[in-house]
Ligand binder design. Structure first.
Ligand SMILES: [Zn+2]
Length: 267
């Protein structure tokens, strides 16, 4: 990997923190009727932020997570979303470099932009679902549309495209069954819509693998919460963030559940 690619990835990281701080505003103002324009202010004392207080991550560290004026705590959501977006943008750049290279810059650029949009939607859904246990239609549908576009671009034949559509059905089916038979208690219908997008993006095998990772990560998280006595078996835990985590693991590593099971068997 030459130096220009390294510099490019650093640029993507910085770009990710800036986009991340914008996503924080989108998450905060969703369903509040407020527009996305206008300066951000402290949530407690309402003071508008000065320019240097808007610098992602750094301003949070310099201010030690407190408002300069009223000293009230600034939510950890801000730096987490900024760092998360930065990491996902950098990984996206690395992914495109590995899979598409630099010989067709137009194609690589288009795929990269689609991935940026996809990662942004996923960050919004993760944070929103975590806070409110809701996956708004606007974002699950946007994600499914981005999955369709990416599948059209990367399909060589109509059969490839058909397979990604089947991936959407196959991945959503288990989640749909859980939603249906638990009467919406184990899963929300938003999770079903999200899985459609995941399946179209990944295809049948990788889509099912993403579910597999989501259930394992979710089970570990649930156990830890119960051990820490922060939750019991009846607590409502959003499943969207785990589906998204499962998707990201499979998407960026290219590893499915059979590879993992094989690795476990041969240890
Ligand atoms: Zn304040």
């Amino acid at each position: 990997m030459d130096i220009s690619i390294g510099l490019f990835l650093i640029f993507l990281f910085i770009l990710g923190t800036i986009v991340g701080s914008f996503l924080n505003v989108v998450i905060l103002r969703h369903n509040t009727g407020k527009s996305l324009a206008g300066r951000s202010g402290c949530m407690v004392c309402g003071r508008s932020l000065r320019f240097f207080e808007l610098i992602p991550i750094l301003s949070f560290i310099v201010q030690r997570g407190k408002c300069n004026e009223c000293k009230s705590k600034i939510s950890l959501q801000y730096p987490l979303v900024e760092v998360g977006t930065a990491i996902l943008f950098t990984l996206s750049g690395f992914f495109v470099y590995n899979h598409f290279g630099t010989y067709d810059l137009l194609l690589s650029g288009i795929v990269l932009i689609i991935l940026f949009m996809t990662m942004s939607v996923l960050v919004i859904m993760t944070t929103y679902d975590f806070k409110h246990t809701i996956l708004p239609d606007k974002y699950t549908y946007s994600f499914a549309c981005l999955a369709l576009i990416s599948s059209i671009i990367t399909s060589y034949t109509p059969a490839d495209f058909l397979m990604s559509l089947l991936g959407g059905v196959a991945t959503a089916l288990p989640i749909f069954a859980l939603w249906f038979f638990s009467k919406g208690r184990a899963m929300g219908f938003g999770d079903v819509k999200l899985s459609v997008g995941i399946g179209i993006f990944l295809g049948i095998y990788m889509g099912i693998s993403a579910l597999w990772f989501a259930f394992i990560i979710g089970a570990i998280y649930g156990l830890v919460l119960m051990l820490l006595r922060k939750a019991n078996a009846k607590s409502e835990v959003a499943f969207g963030p785990f589906l998204i985590l499962g998707f990201l693991v499979v998407f960026f590593t290219g590893v499915g559940f059979i590879e993992i099971l094989n690795a476990i068997i041969f240890i």
